[in-house]
Ligand binder design. Structure first.
Ligand code: GRF
Length: 218
């Protein structure tokens, strides 16, 4: 049975698009049950609708507080019965109480080599720190912002003359295959979250899977 994905996105939706394209191409055994955003104008919602999928804006300003918004969002997600919730550029903090019951069933893609550069403006911060390497991580979501167990990473060189826009564009080209490969591993039942961390093929992983080491994604 294919993996049922619910995608949360606040903006452009290029990660959602590569998921949709891979499913159409038959290279990812999954289905997207819907897209949810905290913004009505998110391009991600347009992409979902163009693919004939349900797409919903659940806007924080329509709720009295964060807990009420979380409750509405996760109530809607639960009704769609996803196997996995994928945060693909979802820019809003989610409360610990709704996350607790979803351990191992929610992932996020973040544009840095976690644990470095959690939070916003990762590309500029990597440049400011003089990093020679940057990248992206896919991790399980926990209550700690960008702090959950890391499943896989893609490493990207920082090149002379890079600015945040160039570096961000280079990282994005690696984010897409990273997210897809991670989803394939999860869909195949090869990656799971246990109490002691991420397990791959039934064993505790000794570190994040590295996209560049393609044999580990065989
Ligand atoms: C990506 O860089 C992702 O890592 C970050 O937000 C961006 C989303 O891009 N969390 P897109 O909306 O999928 O194009």
């Amino acid at each position: 049975m294919s993996l049922r994905l619910a995608v949360l996105a606040s903006g452009r939706g290029s990660n959602l698009q590569v998921i949709l394209d891979a499913i159409t191409a038959g290279t990812l055994d999954a289905e997207v049950v819907g897209a949810w955003s905290d913004r009505g104008d998110a391009q991600a919602l347009v992409r979902a609708r163009d693919a004939g999928l349900p797409a919903y804006a659940i806007r924080p300003r329509d709720f009295t507080d964060r807990a009420a918004h979380d409750h509405a969002l996760f109530g809607a997600l639960d009704a769609a019965a996803p196997d996995l919730i994928v945060c693909a550029g979802y820019m809003r903090l989610i409360g610990a109480d709704v996350l607790a019951s979803r351990a191992g069933r929610m992932i996020n893609i973040h544009p840095s080599l976690l644990p470095a550069f959690k939070g916003l403006h990762t590309h500029q911060r990597a440049l400011d720190a003089g990093a020679t390497e940057h990248g992206a991580s896919v991790h399980y979501v926990t209550a700690e912002l960008d702090g959950g167990p890391v499943i896989a990473q893609a490493r990207v060189p920082v090149l002379p003359g890079d600015d945040a826009a160039h570096l961000s564009a280079r990282v994005l080209t690696h984010e897409h295959p990273l997210l897809l490969e991670t989803l394939r591993w999860i869909a195949a039942g090869r990656v799971r979250l246990h109490e002691d961390g991420v397990h791959v093929d039934g064993r505790r992983a000794d570190g994040p899977l590295q996209l560049a080491a393609t044999r580990r994604f065989a």
